[in-house]
Design a protein around this ligand. Sequence first.
Ligand code: NAP
Length: 278
Amino acid sequence: MVTRTAGVIGWPVTHSLSPVIHETWAQREGRAIRYERLAVEPDDAAFRDAIERLVREGWKGANVTLPHKERALAIADEASGEARAAGAANMLTFSGRAIRADNSDIIGFAQAVAEAGVKPSRALLLGAGGAARGVAIALERRLGVKNIVVANRTRARAEDVARLCGGAVVDWEARADALDGADLLVNATSLGMAEHDPLDIDLTRLSPGAAVADIVYVPLETPLLRAARAKGCTGIDGLAMLMHQAVPAYEAWLGATALVDAGLRARLEAALRLRSNP
Ligand code: NAP
């Protein structure tokens, strides 16, 4: 029997790797699930209609991606403290007619860093968009980073993110200088993503003992990660965060354990290769 689980809601959503992750875990358990990509246009009423339909049809929940993460939080009856702090949710769980919102991007990022054996005490966070807000919360609340510095092209947004995590702000132009003494650099901008400009940062001041996390995962090895690894730094790619953010949803909706391992990574890397060389 097919377990009607959920899907991922976005606009566009054709690129989402979430179905591959959930289906890999379900196959391992010999379970047939339905996890769909649901394209919902960026409009409050369209989003509400889509969620109401899923609730009516008895789905377990939904992952939510751009540009609906704020709407996902707004529609929920109950939300985790982290989702409220981030102002966004990427995971909705339905029980009866009640909707709960979580932000598993925060958990995903923290797990990715912990899994790499990295215990940062001073981090430089680049970016101040939705993803950066989650990273800031993960750094402060889950990884216990005492010293967080935020740099973003639009300084006012960096100030908002710094307030979220008790961090300091440096100008975007001064980002390379802020690497002095940092043991973790995080790229949470969209720079380095395929079809975007690369992230321009001189890594001279970064210690070879530091770690670099790039949450971009297309391409998997961004120019930033390549340069960091060439220097001897530990590199943490965006796929690690993506895999770990899916765990809470699978476990909550199917009541089963979800394992992030080399087999899952291989499936996702294959899916990414197929996408770039169809
Ligand atoms: P977003 O809200 O649109 O934020 C984009 C960020 O990039 C902002 O800080 C923006 O600065 C900065 N930026 C864009 N173009 C720039 C440029 N030319 N120069 C300097 N800064 C620039 O996007 P988001 O949702 O935070 O996502 C950011 C990235 O994270 C995306 O690549 C996304 O795929 C990735 N992501 C990965 C995962 C994962 O699981 N691995 C999860 C979520 C997101 P301004 O504020 O100045 O505009």
